[in-house]
Design a protein around this ligand. Structure first.
Ligand code: NAD
Length: 287
């Protein structure tokens, strides 16, 4: 068997075109343009790239974006004051604080200052709780992107064995919760898991988000598995690879995401989705 490759770039493009149409309709009918504010503290080069990509995706889709840049030594109180001002601004439907933050800033305190109705990353404790009970309006973007890929490919979830490798708060844990909501049988593995292959071989759907290049080889999966590789790793020779040995595993899987071009393009697309949804809800609340 050779796997069909899931084209995350094409799926993201299609979804973004749908969102662009909804944005035009929202403006025409209600005079509202969805708006997002991104707070960037310091000059971490990776964060600069992520923020630039997010802002250009917003621009292309018709979402108004505002970048709030603060120096690396900005006091925590200033970050909180900026969030307060954005919380009160009706033109802002989504607020995102780019992580990581400089060490003198308390991340949970900052995330919890964001108005829960503008928390487009879904990292506020309230929205994490809503995810646990299965009714969040802001699913975290990366696992939400994986869910959309599976939906687009018509992969059945209910009753399937899903193994999630990686248990972080931003990918592994929310991913597991989302798949549990869809009534999959979910197993979460992490770096202390003994005999990882024993678990991954049970998977009908395998989601890998560990940050370890080549972690998953063909002998660790069963024939016909659906493989979603969230990992993004830069090798010393400059190549970008996932956590799955793509060339090895693709001959055993039925569907597989490439890196780059799989999950990556979906993450920002889900940020657009969450911001648009927030703007639409703000209009509905006024009607
Ligand atoms: P993290 O470091 O916060 O968490 C990694 C998780 O993997 C931990 O739970 C850890 O226990 C587990 N792990 C580490 N080594 C392991 C091993 N050998 N076996 C089993 N489990 C192991 O990372 P994260 O933020 O969740 O990101 C994971 C990967 O996904 C990274 O490569 C990151 O770059 C990538 N990522 C991609 C996107 C995207 O948009 N495609 C978004 C976020 C993260």
């Amino acid at each position: 068997m050779t796997a069909r490759i899931i084209d995350g770039k094409a799926i993201a493009k299609k979804l973004r075109a749908e969102y662009a149409e909804r944005i035009v309709a929202l403006k025409a009918k209600h005079g509202v343009v969805p708006g997002i504010a991104v707070i960037l503290v310091g000059d971490n080069p990776a964060s600069e790239v992520y923020v630039r990509n997010k802002i250009s995706a917003c621009r292309e889709t018709g979402i108004h974006s505002e970048l709030v840049r603060l120096p690396a030594d900005a006091p925590e109180a200033e970050v909180l004051a900026r969030i307060d001002a954005l919380n009160a601004d009706p033109a802002v439907h989504g607020i995102l604080v780019q992580l990581p933050l400089p060490p003198h800033i308390d991340v949970p305190k900052v995330l919890e200052r964001i108005d829960v109705s503008k928390d487009v990353d879904g990292f506020h404790l309230y929205n994490v709780g809503a995810l646990v009970v299965g009714n969040t309006v802001f699913p975290p973007c990366t696992p939400f992107g994986v869910q959309k890929l599976l939906e687009h490919e018509n992969v059945p979830i209910e009753g399937r064995n899903v193994v999630v490798v990686g248990a972080s708060n931003i990918v592994g844990k929310p991913m597991a919760l989302m798949l549990m909501k869809q009534e999959a049988t979910v197993c979460i593995c992490h770096k202390k898991t003994r005999n990882l292959g024993m678990f991954t071989r049970l998977a009908d759907i395998l989601v890998v988000a560990a940050g370890v290049p080549g972690l998953i080889s063909a002998d660790m999966v069963k024939e016909g598995v659906v493989v979603i590789d969230v990992g993004i790793n830069r090798l010393p020779d400059g190549r970008l690879v996932g956590d799955v040995d793509f060339e090895d595993v693709r001959h055993k899987a039925s569907l597989i995401t490439p890196v780059p071009g799989g999950v990556g393009p979906m993450t920002i697309t889900m940020l657009l989705h969450n911001t648009l949804g927030s703007a639409e809800r703000s209009v509905a609340a006024k009607v």
